[in-house]
Design a protein around this ligand. Sequence first.
Ligand code: PEP
Ligand code: MN
Length: 375
Amino acid sequence: MLAILHPNTALDSEAYRQTMEYLENLPGVSIRVHEIQGASQRLTEIYLLGDTKSLEKAEIEALPAVERAIRISEDYRILGRHKDDQRQSGFTYNGVEFSQNNLNIFAGLCAVDVPEHVEMMLQALEDNGEVCTRMGAYKPRTNPYSFQGHGKGCLPWVFEKAGKHGTKVIAMEITHESHIEEIDTCLEKLGRPTGVMLQVGTRNTQNFELLKAIGRQSTYPVLLKRGFGITLNESLNAAEYLASEGNANVIFCLRGMKTEAGLPHRNMVDFAHVPAVKRLTRMPVCVDPSHSVGSRDQSPDGILDVMHATAQGVIAGANMVLVDFHPKPEKALVDGPQALLMSELPAYLKDIRLCHETWKKRQAIYQRLRETTAE
Ligand code: PEP
Ligand code: MN
């Protein structure tokens, strides 16, 4: 059971005290309090866990601080969609809105290499009005002798450049909880010129201690990649780990599944799951066409497979695109062969916008259908 308190309920109010006293004394029930800071108001949600079957919704709704109660199912308690659950999806971070209804594009370098390339990338994004990017500083690599990123050494100049070009959010993978502090310390020292979305890579989807550490902080939102060899349910439960520790600002990223059946793509493209994840949870959904397709192969229609895959995800309602670009892919230290070129950026953005608009028109078609059949 979930009790949602009246907006802006003061934690030192009598209504709050009475409500908590009642809830804390329910036999066999433990409670977890979540604070959600929206743009204009603060919401407090209280999760009642354990023996809640015998509780009546009306009994909880009668408490002075409670606005409404929702009976939640076992799966994805915080991030999931439950019956009669009208709660909003998404969040705003550093002035950028993330929801199940809009779209943000994170084009950037798979891995930070030299300042010149970062500069070229950020300049191109600024020229095209984009305020988000991806920049890998900590790279998990299959081969221990491969380049594993510049780590904290590159953070100051990457963040400074991002600030200079008006970049609001950088998706940056972390592979160890100590990286949170490295990023935070650096941003703080520089006066927070940009924001960071902490990315959990597919190799770490079920690294539960890392998830718990990231979930314990709520300064930075999280981009959780789907595990490449586990079920969707297992990956969604991994996202719930973050929320259960206190951070529900989570975006779920589809990036393909590892199987020979996916060939000739690097991974089996799984973007048909975009609407499924949106139906099961309230998380905005991201697609990563670069790590799914993994090449610059092109179909006879003159469109790269990466672009086709992007279109498939966006037309199905994806809310974020995470995609590898590089000004000189032959010089990239990681994943050069799958990178798109700077010259391709404007057309690619146009293609994505077209697909997002088309998704909205598709919704309108079926909305009309529902209205006419209901008449
Ligand atoms: C990445 O986005 O740089 C990455 C390593 O992706 P994944 O974790 O999906 O392999
Ligand atoms: Mn990569």
